[in-house]
Design a protein around this ligand. Structure first.
Ligand SMILES: NC(=O)C1=CN([C@@H]2O[C@H](COP(=O)(O)OP(=O)(O)OC[C@H]3O[C@@H](n4cnc5c(N)ncnc54)[C@H](OP(=O)(O)O)[C@@H]3O)[C@@H](O)[C@H]2O)C=CC1
Ligand SMILES: CCCCC/C=C\CC(=O)/C=C/C=C/C=C/[C@@H](O)CCCC(=O)O
Length: 334
């Protein structure tokens, strides 16, 4: 009988997550039935949604949810043969017996057959996976960017933000990024951002945005919320578009942040503000991953990973990711 280590969400998060929110257990896995697959986790992805959507999807005592890159060890589903690699929404479990689809949609997605041997498969959790697709859809489907436009992106040194900036350059836009460290600002410039600033040290966000693009912004790729959103509104060009992707500066709040009513700026600038979920565009994923892979092979899309080793380190690595500590996509290697 196969045993699995699992991390349980023992207590729902209140404020910033703590190690005591989680509990490590060992469980026995069932024998495979028709349509079942046994997968073994290789890498885990740590993503902000695991904090922001936790209460929506989990109850106390459930296995902590999250995405992993896994290898199929045994299979009773011909579409997922033994030895193939999958992105698996199986949660924090070393081994899982699962069907390919669940009540919320696909659980297993095969790595595209064109995956080059010299590109690490862990990137299927980062720039070449869900976060990379988020960047692509936010720019193409929501902002509908055009060459020559100026795009602002917050959380720019994060996984989504770095891909946003590089796609903007591929598509002939000017791009300005905000990030929370001088090392991060230097990295954004290395990636080709036209302007970047440290939102933690500039005297005024509004002035920093004005200095970076005195003519204003056609598009804002919003990932943080809070005062940055207010400052961005005041710097949008008339007819500007805002893709609301996330609000990471608010996820750990215990009381909601108050901000000035945004109506004046939205109305006088005739802004369009649209929220989106990466999952809205699922049918485009396969083709989109191939486009991201092509850009990477051409050297137009670069990425960094921050790898922590050890299944037991998942809670610590999760908290580090939420704080924005370190540079690169947060990954745990089993
Ligand atoms: N709508 C959708 O479908 C999706 C939305 N998202 C959202 O996109 C955003 C970025 O995700 P992703 O790039 O994968 O995450 P990463 O973990 O790669 O990066 C997150 C970034 O957020 C920054 N950050 C953390 N706390 C704050 C804060 N208080 N204020 C401002 N910035 C902060 C960190 O850097 P620093 O502060 O140092 O700059 C860090 O670089 C998140 O808001 C996430 O929820 C992601 C995927 C899908
Ligand atoms: C002010 C509150 C804002 C809430 C923000 C919510 C979400 C933003 C975000 O980060 C969304 C991420 C979506 C990720 C989707 C991932 C799927 O590929 C996997 C889902 C895992 C599962 O269903 O088990």
């Amino acid at each position: 009988m196969v045993k699995a280590k699992v991390w349980i969400l023992k207590k729902h998060f209140e404020g910033f997550p703590k190690e005591s929110n989680f509990e490590l257990k060992e469980v026995d896995l069932p024998e495979l039935q028709d349509g079942d697959v046994l997968v073994e986790a290789i890498y885990f992805s740590l993503d902000p949604y695991m904090r922001s959507l936790s209460k929506m999807f989990l109850k106390e005592g459930d296995v902590q949810y999250g995405t992993q890159l896994a290898k199929v060890l045994k299979s009773k589903d011909p579409e997922f043969p033994e030895g193939c690699y999958v992105v698996a929404d199986c949660g924090w479990r070393t081994h899982t017996v699962t069907k390919a689809k669940g009540p919320r949609g696909p659980i297993l997605t095969r790595i595209v057959s064109e995956w080059p041997t010299d590109i690490p498969m862990s990137l299927a959790l980062g720039s070449l996976g869900m976060p990379g697709l988020t960047a692509l859809y936010g720019l193409e489907e929501v902002c509908k960017i055009q060459p020559g436009q100026t795009v602002l992106v917050s959380a720019a040194a994060g996984t989504v933000g770095t891909v946003v900036g590089q796609i903007c350059k591929i598509k002939g836009c000017k791009v300005v990024g905000s990030a929370g460290g001088d090392d991060k600002v230097a990295y954004l410039k290395e990636l080709g951002f036209d302007q970047a600033f440290n939102y933690k040290t500039v005297p005024s966000l509004e002035e920093a945005l004005k200095n970076a693009s005195p003519e204003g912004y056609d598009c804002y790729f919003e990932s943080v919320g809070g005062p940055m959103f207010t400052a961005a509104l005041k710097n949008m060009k008339p007819g500007g578009r805002i893709a609301v992707c996330g609000a990471i500066a608010t996820y750990n709040d215990t009381t909601p942040q108050m901000c000035p009513y945004p109506h004046h700026e939205i109305i006088v600038r005739s802004l369009t503000i649209q929220g989106f979920m990466v999952t809205n565009y699922k049918e485009k994923d396969e083709e989109s991953v191939k486009r991201l892979l092509t850009w990477m092979k051409e050297g137009k899309l670069k990425t960094k990973e921050m790898v922590t080793v050890g299944f037991d380190k998942l809670p610590i690595a999760f908290m580090k990711m939420l704080k924005g500590d370190g540079l690169g996509k947060a990954i745990v290697k089993v």
